[in-house]
Design a protein around this ligand. Structure first.
Ligand SMILES: Cc1cc2nc3c(=O)[nH]c(=O)nc-3n(C[C@H](O)[C@H](O)[C@H](O)COP(=O)(O)OP(=O)(O)OC[C@H]3O[C@@H](n4cnc5c(N)ncnc54)[C@H](O)[C@@H]3O)c2cc1C
Length: 549
């Protein structure tokens, strides 16, 4: 249904004529090529999110509230995104208004005494980090990259490379401003009683939990317009000294910062070391990151990324280099760690503890990453987290598969099986043959550690119909393989339940069946009660999960 002139005018009166459009070309540019999660399957995957009836760029909370009230009055749906990097930020039903929050881009407050920052949706992590560093502070960065919005991460997921030290996003959510699906503005936590942003709870049930449990309400339960986020000490320079040129940017930090890629003789030692590091409470950043380029290729690719006169075409020749071969073998069971000492004695202690852990597990520091240039590149990569474009390095598209989230002791029993399975599929030539183990993930996942996830990267050519369809077949086969081996849900499908293959919302009946088959079906029945209470006009879409059974 196209918007009537009258309704369009009501919206235009709220945001102004420059900040609204229902021009088909503009609307088409807001359609996301629907895929399994968030990564573009490219031109040969011809399913897009349904077109919104109009796109609006509100400037403030009050405008968002007024927009929602008009939606309620005329039975429209609404979907908001911050930087819009994920498919679930786009409509999945007709008659939906798309909110693009890019005009709400201010850092409202940095409280360096109580260690929190108040931000709007379009403040990206890189900007917040740069501002915080001036105060000796730092922000949690989700694995999606420093171009993502920390506020949006209060609506969806939340682990990152620094989670062991800076938590999972919902651990950092303090006070906030939230426009409910009925247009009411709620200021939760201490903010609600006029005493500032520093605490997210308060008397009575936690409304925060309605917004963000583990996965989050994904833009289907109103719009968050401001949040206060807990921030953390940064014992480094006020400005991150970035040097070099693309793609080999690097940083040289004082001696209280150390970055290592740690290698281990076995997967058991790999898992034991994670537990010992968490128990010792060392580590500022802990992530298995560079392995996403593939266990057989990463050593060569790192050379290409750190020597600016190199090219991707050099890869095959580089893989024959004995030093590159040694790097590959040393890093078969590896992950990255950054130590940040708050004092000289602190870093000294952390280093000693790490040496002890390596001695106990038979681990080592991968020599090749001790090379000054590679080490400085790795340090910048892990601290700023601004290299997520590398997920698309080989062939323009990738998607994460496998998963096996939980204690590292679970995944280590199965990763070699998963690797062999992927190697078989790599031989079909639809995906990059990267050695089969391109698993990566946050080592810790939550504050203090405890979890590890094995997101195996499948890189494919989004401009080849064959490669796209071959990769989709692989994902289906991997899902079957994981089910047969009781390895938990296959990662690339984690969004699929909410959308059908035509990009539209999965019917309620199918959703009821799905939620009924989960270990805790009652949860989805209670979420229906929450939906009825908080969203009486049904503004939000199916990404707020509930059962009507
Ligand atoms: C390569 C890659 C790696 C990733 N790794 C991780 C990871 O390690 N950890 C992790 O947590 N996520 C990860 N993600 C998922 C990531 O969180 C999403 O892609 C997210 O979309 C990032 O973009 P964004 O911050 O702009 O959020 P958007 O894409 O703008 O939004 C994300 C979701 O939040 C909702 N939302 C956004 N803003 C608001 C608002 N103001 N009010 C209410 N709802 C809102 C949207 O509707 C959408 O459902 C990864 C994604 C990719 C592509």
């Amino acid at each position: 249904m196209a918007l009537t002139k009258k309704i369009y005018q009501l919206f235009e009166d709220i945001v102004g004529p420059e900040n609204i459009s229902n021009d088909p070309v503009v609307l088409a540019s807001y359609q996301n090529p629907i895929n399994r999660a968030s990564n573009h399957m490219g031109p040969f995957y011809d399913v897009f999110t349904p077109q919104a009836v109009a796109v609006l760029l509100p400037a403030c909370t009050e405008e968002v509230s007024n927009i929602i009230k008009v939606c309620n009055k005329y039975g429209l749906k609404l979907k908001a995104f911050s930087t819009g990097w994920s498919g679930m930020g786009y409509p999945c039903e007709d008659d939906t208004i798309q909110l693009d929050l890019r005009r709400m881009n201010k850092i409202i407050q940095i409280d360096d005494k109580n260690c929190f920052a108040v931000i709007e949706p379009y403040v990206i992590a890189a900007v917040l980090q740069a501002e915080l560093m001036k105060y000796g502070l730092n922000t949690h960065n989700i694995g999606a990259g420093a171009q993502a919005s920390p506020l949006a991460s209060c609506a969806y997921l939340g682990p990152g490379p620094d989670s062991v030290f800076m938590g999972f996003s919902n651990e950092n959510l303090l006070g906030g401003e939230w426009v409910l699906p009925n247009g009411e503005i709620v200021r939760f936590g201490t903010l609600g009683s006029g005493s500032g942003w520093h605490y997210g709870e308060g008397p009575g049930p936690s409304v925060r939990a309605v917004l963000k449990g583990l996965l989050g309400s994904m833009g289907a339960m109103g719009v968050i317009t401001k949040v206060a986020l807990k921030v953390y000490p940064w014992p480094g320079p006020a400005v991150l000294p970035v040097k070099g040129t693309i793609p080999a940017y690097y940083t040289e930090l004082p001696d209280n910062f150390k970055y290592y890629t740690l290698g281990f003789p076995t997967w058991q030692a790999f898992a034991d070391a994670q537990h010992k590091i968490w128990d010792a409470q060392i580590g500022y950043i802990l992530h298995r990151q560079f392995n996403k380029m593939g266990c057989d290729l990463k050593a060569g690719v790192i050379r290409i990324l750190t020597e600016s006169d190199r090219h991707l075409n050099d890869l095959e020749e580089l893989l024959e280099d004995p030093e590159v071969k040694r790097h590959t073998e040393e890093a078969r069971h590896d992950f990255e760690i950054v130590l940040a000492g708050m004092t000289p004695r602190d870093i000294e202690w952390q280093e000693k503890a790490l040496e002890e852990i390596l001695a106990e597990t038979g681990g080592w520091k991968v020599k090749a990453m001790q090379d000054p240039m590679r080490n400085a590149w790795g340090m910048l990569y892990l601290i700023r987290w601004g290299h997520k474009n590398l997920n698309y390095l080989y062939s323009g598209s990738y998607e994460g598969t496998a998963g096996m989230s939980g204690s590292p002791d679970f995944g280590i029993q199965h990763i070699d099986k998963v690797k062999a399975f992927k190697q078989e599929w790599d031989k079909k030539g639809m995906m990059v043959a990267d050695g089969g183990d391109s698993s990566m993930g946050s080592v810790g996942v939550i504050g203090g550690g405890g979890g590890f996830g094995w997101e195996v990267h499948a890189c494919f050519d989004s401009h080849s119909k064959e490669s796209v369809e071959g990769t989709l077949e692989f994902f289906d086969a991997m899902a079957k393989f994981m089910k047969e081996n009781r390895l938990g849900p296959e990662k690339s499908k984690h969004m699929e339940p909410m959308r059908q293959s035509d990009g539209r919302a999965t019917p309620q009946e199918a959703r009821n069946k799905m939620f009924g088959a989960t270990p805790f079906p009652i949860v989805y029945k209670y979420q229906k009660k929450v939906k009825d209470a908080f969203d009486p006009y049904d503004l939000g879409d199916v990404f707020y999960k509930y059962s009507t059974d």
